[in-house]
Design a protein around this ligand. Structure first.
Ligand SMILES: [Zn+2]
Length: 163
């Protein structure tokens, strides 16, 4: 049993500890048995081995905290999910608008001949001058588009103000 503070086997112990830390297979079974026995008996080497193990453990803990703390990871995940939900909401808000724009486009394409001939027929019945019935036909033809567009713009502005 070695009690002195300076151990004669110190170099051998450090070498074997280093090899085992590195995961190298340089140390034989005999070396490992000797090391375990020596660490049990030698206060000096045992203290150094424990201090080295504690330092390595502390370094692992520190490096894992430095890479990304749990709070940072959690906060980042929350912000990413929040932003994704916001983008989904915006897309859902835009769906009725796209639907409305499609319907109005269909209305514009399909209704012009009907609106035009309808106003022409009424102008003959009520003796309207050409600029009146033609102007009325254009207004009636464009009214749905104008109403829907102004409604969509005001709705969007209101939602933007609400956040
Ligand atoms: Zn020793």
């Amino acid at each position: 049993m070695t009690i002195s503070l300076i151990c004669a086997q110190q170099d051998r112990v450090e070498s074997l500890l280093f090899q085992s830390r590195q995961g190298r297979n340089g140390a034989t079974q005999e070396d490992q048995v000797w090391l375990a026995s020596h660490l049990r008996d030698c206060v000096s080497c045992n203290g150094k081995a424990e201090a080295a193990a504690a330092a390595v453990e502390e370094l692992h803990t520190f490096s894992s905290q430095t890479l990304a703390s749990r709070a940072l990871v959690r906060n980042t995940q929350l912000q990413v999910r929040f932003r994704a939900a916001q983008m989904r909401q915006q897309q859902e808000r835009m769906m009725p608008l796209w639907l409305g724009v499609s319907l109005v486009a269909l209305w514009a394409v399909g209704s012009l001949p009907l609106v035009w001939s309808g106003f022409e027929f009424m102008s003959q019945s009520f003796s309207w001058p050409a600029h009146v019935w033609q102007g009325g036909a254009v207004v009636a033809w464009l009214m749905p588009t104008g109403l829907l567009t102004s409604f969509a713009v005001s709705l969007r502005r209101e939602r933007e103000l609400q956040g």
